[in-house]
Structures are given as C-alpha cells and as structure tokens.
Design a protein around this ligand. Sequence first.
Ligand SMILES: NC(=O)c1ccc[n+]([C@@H]2O[C@H](COP(=O)([O-])OP(=O)(O)OC[C@H]3O[C@@H](n4cnc5c(N)ncnc54)[C@H](OP(=O)(O)O)[C@@H]3O)[C@@H](O)[C@H]2O)c1
Length: 318
Amino acid sequence: MRAAYVAEPSAEDPAGAVRVGEVPVPEAPPGWVGVDVRAGALNMHDVFTLRGVTTPAGPGPHVIGSDAAVVHNGRDFVVYPVLPADSGGRTVAHATLLPDAGHGVLAERIVVPEAHLVPKPAGLSWEEAACLPTAWLTAYRMLFTKAQAGPGRIVLVQGAGGGVATAATALAAAAGATVVVTSRSAAKRERALALGASAALDSGARLPRLADIVVETVGPATFEHSMASTRAGGTVVVCGGSTGFTAPLHLARLFAREVTVCGSTMGTLEEFRALVGFVDAHGIRPAVDSTVELDGVGRQAGRMLAGDAFGKLCVRVS
Ligand SMILES: NC(=O)c1ccc[n+]([C@@H]2O[C@H](COP(=O)([O-])OP(=O)(O)OC[C@H]3O[C@@H](n4cnc5c(N)ncnc54)[C@H](OP(=O)(O)O)[C@@H]3O)[C@@H](O)[C@H]2O)c1
C-alpha cells in the first residue's frame, strides 16, 4: 500500500524529507482494526517528525500523520489520534500521538484502536472531517475545558490563519462568545471574519476591550501581546509555539491582574466525541486551506513551514 513516510529526517529541509511509496500493510494488534483512509491533514507535529525533533517508535519506514477520516466495514469515521502516554509520566495521559507510536495515518490502510473510531458527521467532506482529530480537538479543550468560552466572553485568537486558530475561532463563535482575532495578513483577517470573528486586528494591535480568554498558539511573536490583552482574572491558554518556545513573561501583568496562564495538550476521547457532536450540531465546516493527493504531502509540509495557509492543509488518500 502507498503511504507518506519519513525518508531521512532533515532539520534544514523537512519538506524534502517526505517520501511517498509502498510500505507493508500493518497488522492489527488485539483490540485494533484495519481501516481504509479517505483523507488526512497535516500538523506542525508532522513537521517536527520530518525535522527529527520527534522520533517515532519501532522500525521504519515511519509513516507520518495524526489526522484521518476513514471507512471501516462500510461506515465512515474520524479517528481519535491519541494513545496513552507511557507509564513514565513524562507527559499528560492523552499526549502520545499515533505516529509517535509507529502508527502514522497518511497511508491507504492503517490500524487503529477500534474504540477510537468516532462516527463522521454526514455533513462534512472527507477533508473537513480529517481536520478534527488534532487541531480541532486541541482548540476544543483550550476553549471549553481549560477556559469557559461562551456567551458574554471575549475570546482573543492569535495567528488567525493557523489550524488551531481557525478551529478556535469557529468553535468559540458557535458557542456564543465574541471572538477577536489577530493576523499578520489582511487576507487572513478577512477570512477569519467569515468564520465568525467579530473583529480582526493586525498582529500586536490594541484590543477595544480586554479579552477573558486568549488562545495562544503562536508563541514569542504574540505572547507579550496576549498578556497585555487579557483582563483581570482572565486566562491565557497556550498549546504551542509556532515561532519558538521561549517568551518573556511580564510578571506585574500576571500578578496584579491575577491572570491565569495555563498549558493545554490535545484532548481526551470524551472531549473528542463532544467536539464531533458540537461540530455536527452547529453545522460547522472546518476551514480547509487546500487538498492535495498523497504525492503532494511534501508540498503541504512546505506550506506549513511557510506559515501562509489559512486553515488545514489536507491530503486526499483514496
Ligand atoms: N499541544 C497540542 O496538543 C498541540 C496541538 C496542535 C498544535 N499544537 C501547536 O500549536 C501551534 C500552532 O499549530 P497550528 O497547526 O495551528 O499551526 P499553523 O497552522 O502552522 O499556524 C500557525 C500560525 O501562527 C502564526 N504565525 C506564524 N509565524 C508568526 C509570526 N512570526 N508572527 C505572528 N504570527 C505568526 C500564523 O498566523 P497568521 O499568519 O494568521 O498571523 C500561522 O497561521 C504549533 O506550535 C503546534 O505545534 C499543539
């Protein structure tokens, strides 16, 4: 079967480290099932794997990808992409992605735990459904578990074009929050308004009113602005750092305003089911930047590195 896998990781040219070719069909361990992948989506995590920052377990070739919409026994599903972390307690329980355990999903046929199959909302295309497992699950937990996004709340989403950011914008707006986004790009700001944002500002611009909740995925390029834009008692939720992992923290803003800064990673199976139900109930269509055939995965990785996408970079598998 055909799959996208890491040839030789490359810190200098991660997009060039993708190969698409034949790999052995995996065997399903007990409790797992073989499923046919229709579409997938890329995440920054895949770029980390292509760079060699994360090394998947087991012998290669290491198939990349965490996000898949699949068919099993004639029924359509999305796959919850997380395995329990190892018992060493290095990280939270729901933090190990399928590809890290040697079960990447950008392949024609994959094996997944049967319990991880969640029915695909009928109103979503294969590509839209494939957006949900990583970026959308992460945004859901940030908004609704780590903070209480809802009516009367102002949610600031930094870096409006990102996969997590577009998800957070659509989810928070559907939940009745007032969403303010920032982006470096006027075109992305325009598109964020169409997703449900009430206001779209240039990166670093002053907010008309301070936010209750900030969805922070960009890192050092926006973190100080996130702290400056949060009201007293508000919450900054951080899930990543596309521009790096070290940012200065203005301690006076932290203590004088009693701001909570908290981390968030992926989500639980229950949260994933709740996300899929929420998306279905609200008729939300995830923002897809573009879709390529499996042969184009390297090109999508390049787009992710360039940071010019709006929404998810998808892959049609079969
Ligand atoms: N912890 C978790 O479970 C988890 C899950 C998913 C993702 N993540 C992490 O979250 C981060 C975002 O992921 P993603 O998939 O949403 O990434 P993405 O789609 O690549 O989006 C990143 C966004 O960051 C903004 N950005 C990039 N460079 C910038 C700069 N120099 N100044 C200002 N803004 C900049 C861009 O927004 P604009 O162009 O609109 O300004 C871009 O759209 C990554 O670090 C990823 O690893 C973590």
